[in-house]
Each structure stands twice: as C-alpha cells, then as structure tokens.
Design a protein around this ligand. Structure first.
Ligand code: NDP
Ligand code: MG
Length: 381
C-alpha cells in the first residue's frame, strides 16, 4: 500500500486527489494532509481519511482545529509541511498547495527520496534549477500532475531526449480568450473566475485569464523535461481535448487526448507506470466533438506569456521575480484592489527593475521572493 502525504488537501487538486484515493482504497492510504485555514472543509475529510498527521497554516488554526479533533498530532507552518513530507512512512508527496510556499517541503522531500507528484508549478518556476538538481542527485521521480505536463510525460514514454524536436503546449485561452485587449479594461473578478473548460482554484483561474498560467507552464516544462525555450511552443486550442504534444525529429507528433478532468493526470502520477480504471470520468467522444481548432498565440494580446518566455530565457532569479510579482498581483486583484490589466503592469515593473542573479541558492530565492512581494505592495501606496 502506498502512503500519501497530500499538501493542499482542501484545494481543487487536493479534493480531486482524495476522490482518486477513495476509488483505490486498497492501494493508497492518506498518511498526512496539509491545508491552510479552512477547517470547515478539512474536518470532514480528516474524519473520513483518519490521517496520522495534519498540518495547517498557522498556530491559531492549529489551536482551533484541536478543539474539534484530537485523533492525531496537528503541526503548523513551513516546518509542519516539511515534517509531513519527509515522514518515514510516506512514499509519495502530492504537492498541491497554491504558490511558492511548496518549495522547501518539496526540496526536503526530494532529499528524503520521496516520489513527488507535483501540481504546484510555482515551485518549479521560482527554483526549478534547485528542484531538478536535487531530484537528479537523489534519483527521485518528479511526476507531473499539471494536465499539459502529464500529456507530455505520457507522449515521451520510452523516447530518447535527443529525439525531441519540440514540445507543443496547448492553451484553452481562459475566460477572456474572445476579448480584445481594449475590452479587458474594467473586467471584474467574477468575469475572470469564469473559466470555459476547467474548474480550478481562484489563483490559477486568474492566471489562465491573463495567460500567465501558460507562461508558468512553459517554465515548468523547461525544467521538467530539460528542453530549451526555443523548442517550447504554445498553441491556442479551445476545446482542451489535446492536453499537449511532443514533436520528434522525424516530424512524428505524439499527443495525449481526453475529456478535461484533472483526476486523470492526478491518478496517472499516483499509479505510474501502471494505469488504473477511472470509472466516473467521461469518455472522450470524438464523434460528438467532431472538430478541433488550433490558433497561433498572439504574444501582443497576451503579454504575460511573452514576459514568462523572456524571464525564462533570462533564467536565474528572473523567474523567481516573475512568480512572486504574479502571486502578489493576482492576490491584489482578487482583493479588489487593482484592475485586471494592473496585474501585467506590476509584474513588468518588477522584471524591469531586477538585476538577474545566476544560479541563486535557496536563501537568495527566498529573500528575492519576499522583497518582490513587498515592492509590489509598495506600488499601491
Ligand atoms: P486551491 O487554491 O484550490 O488550493 C490550494 C490549497 O493549498 C488549499 O488546500 C489551501 O488550503 C492550501 N494552502 C494554502 N496556503 C497554505 C499554507 N500556507 N499551508 C498549507 N496549505 C496551504 O489551488 P488549486 O488546487 O487550484 O492549485 C494548487 C496548485 O496546483 C497550484 O500550484 C496550481 O497552479 C496547480 N494546478 C492546479 C490545477 C487545477 O485544476 N486546480 C491544474 C494544474 C495545476 P485552504 O483551503 O485552507 O486555503
Ligand atoms: Mg495546466
């Protein structure tokens, strides 16, 4: 039986991971679960899955939870996330927290030689070189949960790295794909949260609307598959049926298709290299879909994608700044304090001001992350 540590259990990916665990109770057991502050959502899950360890965001939440649950130890903060990830009993860490707070737990879990199922793309964007270096050194598998990266991983199965010509990442286009740039002035949080194909957490849904999500995924793909940015291509594909593709040197293109359901890549990461049935997921009905569409990405229309490519090519600490500025700007937008178009402005400002540090170590990354967030907030005053 595989023992799982699930970071971000109450989130969109977390809840769907638990659905997969429910389908295969004889194969998986939830050893540890972490969430932020949402006790209301977490408590029924804790009672159902009876983990041996629970981690919450802060001490206040821990004290509150302990009034309602005494079944296992409750830890908090970053140390708690690390402890859950390196516990002896754990085989697989599913990192599904939102944002770069997942970084240290991921690095420590790699050092402890745990298999990592990684949904948390911000970790790879902010410190991809550290994560990949640690994974190589410790011979640890990083199994992608993000649907595009799972599709690439599946399309790469058994192929040689040197035979890859390019990765083709598909983008649904997010909530504003049919709006012109001038129509984005004054769009609301509610408009942005209304994604056409996928139901996800708030931050990633905003990232999809700004196309930053695709930018973060380009950087994520660069690190996961060790492919240079020149060989990563993004294409608009409205139906989200092809989840991504790999073109080989002989012009052959491998793709992975399916209905948009995150349980598929989540389960694949948990059962790899096997496949298990996924009963309630809709089958792909190509006759019903009939037509698939592809369009060239317009980099001027989606400046966040352009910025991500530029930051990725620059490398070093530039992607740490990109990620931190984006996380902070999206939070400000969700709080109703800035407009949608301010998000890209704030990120661009931070990128322009930053002097790249090459191969930053962990403490440099953490301090650049913190500084960038502060500077974004200062712009508002
Ligand atoms: P959500 O916002 O839905 O969930 C985030 C989770 O992280 C919640 O469980 C939240 O707890 C928890 N959390 C937040 N802060 C802390 C903290 N300080 N300590 C411990 N736990 C914390 O996000 P998603 O599930 O949408 O996304 C998670 C990650 O997966 C992101 O990196 C995203 O980019 C990636 N991803 C998501 C996809 C999706 O379909 N949703 C698809 C592909 C990738 P609480 O509920 O208490 O706030
Ligand atoms: Mg994705």
């Amino acid at each position: 039986m595989k023992q799982i540590a699930l970071l971000g259990a109450t989130g969109s990916i977390g809840i769907q991971t638990l659905e997969v665990l429910r389908l295969h109770k004889e194969e998986f057991s939830l050893y540890a679960m972490a969430f932020g502050k949402n006790i209301g959502k977490a408590l029924p899950l804790i009672k159902e899955f009876q983990p041996s360890l629970v981690v919450v965001q802060d001490e206040g939440t821990k004290l509150e939870l302990e009034k309602q649950w005494q079944g296992c130890p409750v830890l908090f903060g970053n140390d708690g996330l690390v402890e859950a990830s390196v516990a002896d009993a754990v085989d697989v860490v599913v990192n599904a927290v939102m944002g770069s707070i997942g970084l240290q737990a991921t690095l420590q879990a790699i050092e402890a030689r745990k298999t990592i199922a990684i949904a948390n793309k911000e970790t790879l964007v902010t410190a991809g070189h550290l994560v990949m270096e640690a994974a190589r050194k410790n011979n640890v598998a990083l199994l992608p949960v993000d649907s595009e990266h799972s599709a690439i991983y599946q399309s790469l199965n058994g192929e040689q790295q040197r035979d890859i010509h390019k990765l083709i990442i598909t983008a649904s286009g997010g909530s504003f794909r049919d709006k012109k740039r001038e129509e984005l002035v004054g769009v609301t949080v509610e408009d942005a949260l209304n994604h056409p194909n996928w139901s996800m957490g708030a931050k990633i849904t905003i990232d999809s609307a700004s196309m930053m999500n695709k930018g973060l995924e380009v950087i994520e793909a660069h690190w996961l598959f060790d492919v240079p940015y020149e060989q990563i291509h993004v294409i608009l594909h409205r139906e989200s049926v092809i989840h991504s593709m790999v073109e080989y040197v002989d012009r052959s293109v491998m793709a992975q298709l399916g209905t948009p359901d995150m349980k598929v890549p989540i389960q694949y990461a948990l059962t790899y290299p096997q496949r298990y049935p996924l009963e309630h997921t809709k089958q792909l009905n190509l006759e019903e879909i009939a037509t698939l569409h592809f369009e060239k990405m317009d980099m001027e229309r989606f400046p966040c994608l352009k910025m991500a490519f530029e930051a990725g090519r620059e490398g070093g600490s530039m992607t740490t700044v990109l990620n931190a500025a984006n996380e902070e700007a999206v939070q400000l937008f969700l709080e109703g304090r800035i407009s949608f178009l301010d998000i890209e402005q704030l990120i661009q400002q931070q990128l322009t001001q930053h002097e790249t540090i090459h191969k930053p170590d962990l403490s440099t990354i953490l301090s650049i992350d913190e500084e960038t967030r502060k500077r974004v907030r200062l712009q508002l005053k």
